[in-house]
Design a protein around this ligand. Structure first.
Ligand SMILES: C[S@@+](CC[C@H](N)C(=O)[O-])C[C@H]1O[C@@H](n2cnc3c(N)ncnc32)[C@H](O)[C@@H]1O
Length: 284
């Protein structure tokens, strides 16, 4: 598979677009519905490496090997991405088969001492998890429940779940962990009234089309005292989203507020936003 580029044109994805007969920019993408995945056998464990970020060290499956495994299926998301030389095929493959930069920023951030206590017995959603590195770190830090959500079933099966096993081998985490594939919009519906103490999400705001779906999850699935940490680039060249645009969308939501808690101005600018419930005059 060729290098990930985060650049794509909608024409490139013609073959993989599961849309109706309309063409060009007006195509309506059809997103896979959300579902919980269950597994009845142990995961296949590819070779792995020690992924180090500050004081965090995680055993992570070798991406290239995972890609090869996933590509054995002719209709796989990885094959589709490879054939259009991109890491994104909208609504077909959303880039979860590698670790993106902002995951490392978030790992660094939540390894600060203040999170040690906060994460104890917490309910965590690793939203758009890819490797699952953040959720795995939370499990290792005492979270009582971690839900791993990724758009692609193959990512969860061949990358996230093996990574969970590689790091928590021997610990019985079956009761603490759930995996969910599919689109954010129907994920919000599937989870009904379920609330999390923490929602972590990294490199998930590149497409403005998805902002209403993300906001639906943020609004409906965060405990009143819960916190969302969003790691992202200030601007995603080629795809158009970014932190300022996301903040503008969020400002229209009376029930949420956000603050920038970390930034890096080197290279492609990156940030971490902390999003919490806003206290309104009605006290909600
Ligand atoms: C660029 S990847 C980032 C993966 C990982 N968070 C990281 O930082 O390494 C974007 C992730 O967002 C998720 N995603 C994007 N759009 C989605 C959608 N509409 N519904 C569900 N998940 C989506 C995919 O699961 C994908 O793994």
């Amino acid at each position: 598979m060729s290098g990930f580029s985060f650049g794509f044109s909608t024409d490139d994805v013609e073959n993989f677009d599961k849309s109706d007969s309309t063409s060009g920019a007006n195509k309506q993408l059809q997103w896979f519905p959300a579902k919980e995945l269950t597994f009845d056998s142990d995961p296949l464990l590819p070779s792995s490496y020690l992924h180090s970020r500050g004081s965090v060290q995680l055993e992570i499956a070798n991406s290239e090997e995972v890609l090869k495994l996933v590509s054995e299926n002719e209709n796989s998301c990885a094959k589709a991405a490879d054939s259009v030389h991109s890491d994104l095929v909208p609504a077909f493959y959303e880039g979860g088969l590698k670790i993106w930069e902002c995951t490392d920023d978030l790992l660094d951030f939540i390894s600060r001492p203040i999170f040690k206590e906060k994460l104890q017995n917490s309910k965590v959603l690793d939203l758009g998890c890819g490797s699952g590195a953040i959720g795995i770190y939370c499990l290792l830090s005492g979270a009582s429940e971690v839900h791993f959500q990724d758009y692609n079933e193959e990512v969860l099966k061949f990358y996230t779940r093996p990574n969970v096993t590689l790091n928590l081998f021997g610990d019985n985490v079956t009761d603490k962990v759930k995996y969910f594939a599919g689109d954010w919009s129907s994920f919000a519906d599937l989870m009904k009234n379920y609330k999390y103490d923490f929602i972590f999400t990294s490199e998930t705001i590149y497409s403005q089309e998805c902002y209403p779906k993300l906001l639906k999850i943020f609004k409906n699935h965060l405990n009143d005292s819960g916190e969302i940490y969003l790691g992202a680039k200030t601007y995603y060249f080629g795809v158009g989203g970014g932190t300022r645009l996301f903040e503008s969308a969020l400002e229209k939501e009376a029930t949420l507020k956000s603050e920038q808690v970390w930034k890096c101005d080197e290279g492609l600018h990156r940030e971490i936003l902390r999003i919490t419930k806003a206290i309104t005059s009605l006290g909600s």
